[in-house]
Design a protein around this ligand. Structure first.
Ligand SMILES: Nc1ncnc2c1ncn2[C@@H]1O[C@H](COP(=O)(O)OP(=O)(O)O)[C@@H](O)[C@H]1O
Ligand SMILES: Nc1nc2c(ncn2[C@H]2C[C@H](O)[C@@H](COP(=O)(O)O)O2)c(=O)[nH]1
Length: 207
């Protein structure tokens, strides 16, 4: 039996990952693995003082995603059942390389590889690219209090980090299929026709 696809939706903060992954999950009847954000005890502290809280936060995200993919993911991944997730495990490293330094970054890298190297990885990435103005607008629209004073320079760096990270994944794994979406221009939330175009691209990829 052909292995069913594991799809990850990725992009910087506010790009629309959770929204698009949820819409595709409903439309295509694919189970979703969704990031839990609201119960994260370090996020608000992190945004107040990144240097002080980054190690705790990055470790928390890494352990949570590892556990979630182990618990939920293994029900589907590698089986006949496709699955869609609103993150790729590699995003841990994208963020950590930006927020950690020195010995802590080195330790984090070792733990990251120890936990994730033998994990099943997505074979399709839907990568939503968007510029700083679009992301800031979406973050305002989402209105999570702890994100409202985010330093635009941090977000700007993450946009570049994401481009490099996705490029790295593409080079590392030639069989990985990547569908890039222009999140500045494509409104899959309020424009049904634009959402349907994405659905048809995704259907083509998973057939
Ligand atoms: N393409 C889009 N067009 C219009 N609004 C969008 C689009 N993508 C996301 N949004 C809105 O932006 C906000 C952030 O989206 P979300 O899915 O939470 O982003 P992410 O999971 O990437 O951080 C939400 O309020 C969502 O409705
Ligand atoms: N430092 C990190 N921050 C992260 C990580 N994953 C997510 N986040 C932050 C960004 C947002 O404020 C919030 C939710 O993320 P979305 O991209 O879904 O909006 O959590 C991470 O690994 N490190």
């Amino acid at each position: 039996m052909k292995q069913a696809p594991f799809i990850a939706v990725e992009g910087p903060i506010g790009a629309g990952k959770t929204t698009l992954a949820s819409m595709l999950s409903t439309e295509l009847h694919i189970p979703i693995i969704k990031e839990i954000v609201e119960e994260n005890p370090f996020l608000d502290k992190f945004y107040q003082n990144i240097d002080e809280w980054s190690f705790q936060l990055e470790m928390f995200f890494l352990c949570n995603r590892y556990k979630q993919l182990e618990d939920t993911g293994l029900q589907y991944i590698g089986k006949a059942q496709p699955v869609i997730s609103d993150y790729h495990i590699y995003k841990n490293l994208i963020f950590a390389e930006r927020t950690l330094k020195g010995v802590k970054l080195e330790k984090y890298r070792q733990i990251y590889h120890l936990l994730t190297d033998d994990m099943p990885k997505p074979d399709i990435i839907i990568y939503i690219r968007a510029n700083l103005d679009t992301l800031l607008g979406r973050i305002r629209k989402r209105a999570r209090p702890f994100e409202q004073d985010m330093d635009p320079a941090y977000l700007e760096q993450l946009i570049t980090d994401y481009d490099k990270g996705i490029q790295f994944l593409a080079e590392q794994s030639p069989s990985l299929r990547i569908l890039t979406i222009n999140g500045n221009e494509i409104d899959f939330v309020d424009n049904q026709a634009q959402f349907e175009l994405i659905v048809s691209d995704v259907k083509e990829l998973i057939q």
